[in-house]
Write a protein that binds this ligand. Structure first.
Ligand SMILES: Cc1ncc(C[n+]2csc(CCOP(=O)(O)OP(=O)(O)O)c2C)c(N)n1
Ligand SMILES: [Mg+2]
Length: 285
């Protein structure tokens, strides 16, 4: 008897900018709701990466929401565990976790911890210790190739993670093995815990560095939907090398009061500031 074939439906993908923008807006609403409940957190990251995550999840990633461990799924690897709030918003929008569960974010006993653990549905790797996402993604891409699967691996890392030696060792390995189904997305928000990377330990020029390491590299605004879609189209048309997209983003994007904060790595928001934040999000196109 042939093995049972799963009938679980794939998440429908779109390259329609209006539809993707609407997804990003919905994800930002989820981010604000989660953050308002705990009153603090990595709000700037969740808002800043929402456009990029909307494009990855709703235009590129092959997944089956009802079958999150489908062996042929594309993997989304979050190196930066503290961006979990953004990932949970995407997982809820995609129907991989229930939207109602988002209200448990950061609570004792919740599986939606502030740093994403791989025991949570839809989370491929436990983040938190920075610099390990690309190493694991290289391993996943090699493993999938050995298994004869054509799944792709998308790894979201941060500009701060480009200070980690392990990131560059993984970059060498990815190029050496010509892992052209591996895509690194580097969120360049020009911040890290102690200030701007240029002040802590300079990492630029990032485009030139990834290219020198043998990666097919592009750099686009992380809020420009047509540019993001074009970058992924170029990736699909470029075999033989791993791919890097450096995305320049604005922390807190969509909420002016958060965009304007000087230090955005981990923010505390007073109870009376949320009404303004929610209003500003609705007013932003
Ligand atoms: C190996 C390791 N070193 C240090 C830290 C502490 N840490 C947590 S977040 C962070 C900032 C990293 O930069 P980035 O991800 O660019 O920060 P963001 O843009 O979110 O402000 C640091 C140093 C860590 N989690 N892991
Ligand atoms: Mg950063």
């Amino acid at each position: 008897m042939p093995a049972a074939v799963s009938a679980a439906a794939s998440l429908p993908l779109t390259r329609d900018v209006t539809a993707l923008r609407a997804r990003a807006k919905a994800m930002r609403r989820h981010v604000l709701r989660m953050a308002e409940i705990v009153g603090q957190g990595y709000v700037g990251q969740g808002l800043g990466i929402a456009d990029g995550l909307a494009v990855v999840y709703f235009s590129e990633l092959r997944t089956r929401p009802a079958e999150p461990t489908w062996p042929d799924r594309d993997r989304f690897v979050l190196s930066i565990g503290h961006y979990a709030i953004g990932l949970y918003a995407a997982l809820a929008e995609a129907g991989i976790i229930p939207v109602e569960e988002l209200s448990t974010y950061g609570a004792d006993g919740s599986r939606l911890e502030m740093s994403a653990p791989e025991t949570t549905t839809g989370v491929e790797m436990t983040g938190g210790s920075l610099g390990h996402g690309l190493t694991q993604s290289v391993g996943m891409a090699l493993g999938l190739r050995l298994q004869g699967r054509d799944a792709r691996v998308f790894n979201l890392l941060s500009d701060g993670e480009c200070q980690e030696g392990s990131t560059w060792e993984a970059a060498l390995a990815g190029a050496h093995h010509r892992l052209d189904r591996l895509i690194a997305i580097i969120d360049c928000n020009n911040q890290q815990a102690d200030g701007a990377p240029s002040k802590v330990m300079g990492i630029e020029p990032l485009h030139e560095k990834w290219a020198a390491f043998g990666w097919h590299t592009q750099r686009v605004s992380g809020h420009d939907f047509p540019a993001l879609l074009a970058a992924f189209a170029q990736i699909r048309a470029t075999p033989g090398k791993p791919h890097a997209i450096v995305v320049d983003t604005l922390m807190g994007r969509g909420v002016k009061a958060f965009e304007e904060r000087e230090k955005n790595h981990f923010i505390r928001v007073a109870p009376d500031e949320w009404a303004l934040a929610n209003r500003q999000l609705e007013e932003t196109t």
